[in-house]
Design a protein around this ligand. Structure first.
Ligand code: HPA
Length: 246
């Protein structure tokens, strides 16, 4: 049994300093996950890793089988999930390169399978989702990041959109009025599915661009490559440090 999982996002199809022990493709009632689960040790701590977008980063956020991914982790005994993903910055407090540990979510996605509830599970209860992230896990990440000197923002509201296109300026303006600090495509339904399966879940959001209308001119996606690399390197450092205290 491996209690801790890390879900890697864009730019993170593997973990640094990870000693791989085995890989396993887990079949679930919801289909197959994005790729085989990778079991191993990160900094001496047993961890299972899953690349959300597949080994070759070929599955865009709107095509990810979130139900299968989270179910697969649960089925191998995972209890705590640290998810990583890239986002655009809406709030001025969030700068490109920062890692944001959000504490709230607004779900703007429209076309995703959002629940394991399919109406045939007797006694299924609605989940409380007032606080969508596990606060103890969030604090561990904030402290771990602090110890390795990563530039972080320790709270914020993650607005999740369907993608794959980026937002219009007006959409970002509306999200800002709603109270969103960052915008990305991966946090939902992942966080809600984790809650349904009673997994602790927290998110490391790597800020790679100012959201639409927040920077100078239009968003130049190819320019993200270097910010993804530096942001992901910070996330890797944070993860390797944080697992020591999980
Ligand atoms: N919008 C949505 N998703 C994203 C963005 C963005 O600006 N940047 C990285 N992922």
């Amino acid at each position: 049994m491996v209690a801790i999982a890390i879900i890697g996002g864009t730019g993170m199809s593997q973990l640094d300093q990870f000693t791989v022990q085995r890989r396993e493709m887990v079949k679930t009632p919801y289909g197959v996950p994005s790729c085989p689960l990778v079991f191993g040790e990160l900094n001496g701590v047993s961890v299972v890793f899953l690349s959300r977008h597949g080994n070759r980063q070929s599955i865009p956020a709107h095509m990810v089988n979130y139900c299968a991914n989270v179910w697969a982790l649960h089925s191998v005994g995972v209890k705590r999930v640290v998810a990583v993903g890239v986002v655009g910055a809406i709030d001025d407090a969030c700068n490109v390169g920062d890692i944001v540990i959000p504490d709230q979510i607004i779900d703007y996605t429209t076309d995703r399978s959002k629940s394991y509830e399919r109406g045939h599970v007797e006694g299924f209860h609605q989940i409380d989702f007032s606080y969508p992230f596990n606060d103890a896990l969030r604090q561990e990440l904030i402290q771990g990041g602090g110890r390795v000197g990563v530039s972080m923002v320790d709270h914020g509201t993650y607005g999740t959109v369907s993608g794959p296109r980026l937002e219009t300026v007006a959409e970002v303006r509306r999200m800002e009025q709603d109270g969103c600090s960052i915008v990305g495509m991966s946090c939902m339904p992942e966080a809600a599915l984790a809650r349904e399966l009673e997994l602790d879940y927290a998110f490391c959001a790597v800020t790679v661009n100012p959201a639409a209308g927040k920077g100078d001119g239009v968003i130049n996606v190819p320019d993200w490559q270097s910010t993804i690399e530096t942001g992901t390197a910070s996330a890797q450092l944070l993860l390797a440090e944080t697992v020591l205290s999980l």
